[in-house]
Design a protein around this ligand. Structure first.
Ligand code: URA
Length: 184
């Protein structure tokens, strides 16, 4: 078994009471897309970026002139972080905590060193910080600009979901996505 598969087995054992959603897609060094953590639909189907988030991602992929098969798609945290909505009493998604992020960074690093992507597209603040290891960075300051760090080429984008909540980001986001092809 390779190192990545061994590491995955360790996480599966450690988190035997949770559903883990691992990365999937093209593994031979192209574009790696990294989100924050799976949501409800992803947890159900055990696949990253399906459901509503997947629809947003498909828009992104089209705008960038790419195909889903061209990408390796993963998340920093591999389980769904949840809380209970005080308003509705329902289970809702929440941003992963720093502890949860730290817990999964070794797996993300192993994915990166195994697949050796040419470029890593981070979606939102969580993967930007986790991939660069720089927790002072913020997406508002560095979206759409290549960051070179430790032999990695990182292209930070806003999270596609944040564009839904904040329509004013839509045009900035679209421009950043279109610029991606000049940086691949
Ligand atoms: N949001 C993410 O960041 N990742 C997913 O897989 C789904 C929603």
């Amino acid at each position: 078994m390779d190192k990545l598969s061994e590491l995955k087995e360790e996480y599966i054992k450690k988190y035997s009471d949770r559903t883990l959603v691992f990365g999937e897609g093209k593994t031979d060094g192209g574009i790696m897309l990294v989100g924050e953590a799976p949501g409800g639909e992803e947890e159900k189907l055990k696949r990253p970026f399906v459901g509503k988030a997947g629809k947003n991602l498909d828009e992104f992929i089209e705008l960038a002139g790419l195909k889903r098969e061209d990408l390796y798609i993963s998340n920093v945290v591999k389980f769904r972080p949840t809380s209970i909505s005080p308003k509705t009493g329902r289970t809702i998604n929440r941003t992963p905590t720093r502890e949860e992020i730290d817990e999964f960074v070794p797996l993300l690093k192993e994915e990166i060193s195994t697949f050796k992507p040419n470029i890593i597209v981070t979606l939102g603040n969580v993967p930007l910080k986790a991939v660069t290891g720089d927790y002072q960075l913020s997406i508002g300051e560095c979206h759409g600009q290549v960051i070179q760090k430790d032999n990695l080429k990182i292209y930070p984008l806003y999270h596609p979901a944040s564009v839904i909540y904040n329509r004013s980001l839509k045009s900035v986001y679209s421009e950043d996505v279109k610029k991606l092809k000049y940086n691949i």
